[in-house]
Design a protein. Structure first.
Length: 147
């Protein structure tokens, strides 16, 4: 089986961008080596993601990237997820359609599970500061009652 040279590697060499011809073969005539193919696939994925968030959430071109940078490249809630392995989700208000920010999958799921009710988050704070087991041991009655 004969191998052909990657056309992008050859173009970079002929343009003088790289000092010597790399030995990255392409298995068929005219295709790219794995390195260049991954770059093209990455660009396609980014373009498709951009189109999808524009169509679904009404964001303008480049607005997802601007929001990502504005949030410091982190999930707006947990401030841990970077979106490196899985892009951050566009969080929006289902009633109005207004985009609120970018969240990681667990935080977005948490908001969806809470149905955007503030009482849920108040109960979370109460649970963390005064858990039911401590309340039970202290003889607290009606710990579970809502506001």
């Amino acid at each position: 089986m004969t191998t052909k040279q990657c056309k992008d590697c050859l173009a970079e060499f002929l343009a003088g961008d790289i000092p010597k011809m790399p030995k990255r073969p392409a298995l068929e005539e005219g295709p790219r080596c794995t390195t260049h193919w991954r770059k093209i696939v990455g660009k396609r994925k980014a373009a498709n993601h951009e189109k999808r968030v524009q169509a679904t959430y009404g964001l303008k071109e480049g607005e997802y990237a601007q929001l990502y940078l504005y949030q410091g490249g982190l999930c707006a809630l947990c401030r841990r997820a970077t979106g490196a392995s899985r892009r951050l989700s566009v969080d929006h208000d289902h009633a109005t359609g207004e985009v609120r920010g970018l969240l990681c999958r667990p935080c977005n799921t948490l908001l969806g599970h809470a149905r955007d009710k503030l009482a849920f988050f108040r109960r979370c704070i109460s649970y963390l500061t005064f858990p039911p087991c401590r309340a039970m041991r202290d003889g607290w009655v009606d710990w579970y009652k809502d506001e």
